[in-house]
Design a protein around this ligand. Structure first.
Ligand SMILES: Nc1nc2c(ncn2[C@@H]2O[C@H](COP(=O)(O)OP(=O)(O)OP(=O)(O)O)[C@@H](O)[C@H]2O)c(=O)[nH]1
Ligand SMILES: [Mg+2]
Length: 334
C-alpha cells in the first residue's frame, strides 16, 4: 500500500505534509509559525521538566565528569523518559564522553537532542491510507483517554482539506457517547452513522457500506473504552475490524490507539495490552497540554515501538497536530 494520499482520484494531491508530518499549515508561512507556537505552548510543562531539569544540573557543573553523568541520568529518569530510553541515552552519552566526542557540559543538551531525534525518526509517523478511498481509521483506547475528542479533531483536519468524512458511532456502551460524537460531527462538518440499539460491529458495517456507496474519503470509527469485561472489549474490537474488512478489503487501514499522556508509563502498558489483541498501527497521544509527562514519547520508541502519529494539545477541534520528531524535540529542548 502506498503512503497516505488517498484522494488523488477526485481531489488535488494532498501536500506532502499531510502524509503525516510536518503540519499542513507549516507550508504556509505564518500558519506554520502558529503550529510551532501551539507545540511550544502545549509542551510547556514537559519542557520545564525535561530541559529545565537538565539545564539546572548542567549549569552548576564546570566540567563533564562521572558525577555530572550520573546527575544527568537521574534527571532523565525524573523526566518520565522510561528506563530503557534512559539507559540507552546514558550509555551513548558516556561513550561519547570517553571518546572525547563531547567534553563540556554545554554540549550535552545538543548531543541528547540529536540522539533522541535519531531514535524517533525511525518511526513511520504518516497515516497510511489507500489511494482509492474510503480510507478507514479505527480508534481504540481505554475509557476517557480522549478517543471521541481525537476523532473529532482528525475529522476536522480532513474536512479542512476538503475531504468527505463519515464517523461511525461504534461506542454503543453509553447513549451519551453517541450524542457526544453527533455533536462533534455537526460542529466539524462530518456525517455520522449511529444505531444505539445495534452492536458496535453492526454500526461499523453499516458505516463501511455507506462510506463505499456514497464515496466518502475517510471513515473514522469510534469505539468503547469499556465493556463489561476487558476480554469482551478486545473481542468486540476484533469483530469491528473484521466486519469492516469484509466490506472494504484491507480496512481498517489504520488502527490508532488514543493514550492519555497524563497517565505516563501506564499509558504504555495499556498500549502493549491492546496491541496483543488488535494490531495497532499508531498512537494518538492526547492531553499532552495538561501534563509534564511528555517525556514518555522518548521511552515509547523503545518500550512499544508503535509510532506516535498525532498529539493532542487541548480540547478544541484544532488542537491536534501531526507528530513530527524534529519539531517535537526542538519544542522540548529550546
Ligand atoms: N486538555 C486536553 N483535554 C483533552 C484532550 N483530549 C481529550 N481531552 C478531554 O478528555 C476528556 C475525555 O475525552 P473523550 O474524547 O470523551 O474520551 P473517550 O476516550 O472518548 O472517553 P469514553 O468514550 O468515555 O471512553 C474530555 O473532557 C476531553 O475534552 C487533549 O488533548 N487535551
Ligand atoms: Mg468516547
Amino acid at each position: 500500500m502506498s503512503p497516505f494520499n488517498p484522494f488523488r482520484r477526485r481531489k488535488p494531491p494532498l501536500p506532502e505534509a499531510e502524509q503525516g508530518a510536518p503540519e499542513p499549515e507549516a507550508e504556509g508561512g505564518n500558519e506554520g509559525a502558529g503550529v510551532l507556537q501551539r507545540l511550544r505552548a502545549g509542551l510547556a510543562k514537559t519542557r520545564r521538566k525535561v530541559a529545565g531539569g537538565l539545564r539546572s544540573v548542567l549549569s552548576v557543573h564546570r566540567s563533564l565528569d562521572e558525577e555530572l553523568l550520573e546527575e544527568i541520568e537521574e534527571q532523565l529518569y525524573l523526566a518520565d523518559v522510561g528506563p530503557q530510553a534512559v539507559m540507552r541515552l546514558s550509555e551513548r552519552l558516556r561513550e561519547a564522553y570517553r571518546q572525547g566526542e563531547i567534553e563540556r557540559p554545554e554540549q550535552v543538551l545538543d548531543f541528547l537532542k540529536a540522539r533522541i531525534k535519531e531514535d524517533l525518526e525511525q518511526w513511520d509517523t504518516r497515516l497510511n491510507l489507500p489511494e482509492e478511498g474510503p480510507g478507514v481509521i479505527m480508534v481504540a483506547g481505554v475509557n476517557g483517554s480522549g478517543k471521541t475528542t481525537s476523532i473529532a479533531k482528525l475529522a476536522h483536519r480532513f474536512v479542512r482539506m476538503d475531504r468527505r468524512v463519515l464517523l461511525a458511532a461504534s461506542d454503543t456502551f453509553r447513549a451519551a457517547a453517541v450524542q457526544q460524537l453527533e455533536i462533534w460531527a455537526r460542529r466539524v462538518g462530518a456525517d455520522i452513522v449511529k444505531n444505539e440499539s445495534a452492536d458496535p460491529a453492526a454500526v461499523a458495517f453499516d458505516a463501511a457500506e455507506k462510506a463505499t456507496a456514497n464515496g466518502y474519503d475517510v471513515l473514522i470509527i469510534d469505539t468503547a473504552g469499556r465493556m463489561h469485561t476487558r476480554t469482551n472489549l478486545m473481542m468486540e474490537l476484533q469483530k469491528v475490524s473484521r466486519v469492516v474488512d469484509k466490506k472494504i478489503p484491507g480496512a481498517p487501514h489504520e488502527t490508532l490507539m488514543v493514550l492519555d499522556a497524563t497517565t505516563g508509563q501506564n499509558a504504555i502498558s495499556q498500549a502493549l495490552r491492546f496491541n496483543e489483541s488488535i494490531n495497532l498501527t499508531g498512537i494518538i497521544l492526547a492531553k499532552l497540554d495538561g501534563t509534564a509527562k511528555g517525556g514518555i514519547v522518548f521511552g515509547m520508541r523503545h518500550q512499544i515501538d508503535i509510532p506516535v502519529k498525532f498529539i493532542g494539545l487541548g480540547e478544541r477541534a484544532e488542537d491536534l497536530i501531526a507528530f513530527d520528531p524534529d519539531g517535537f524535540v526542538d519544542a522540548l529542548f529550546e
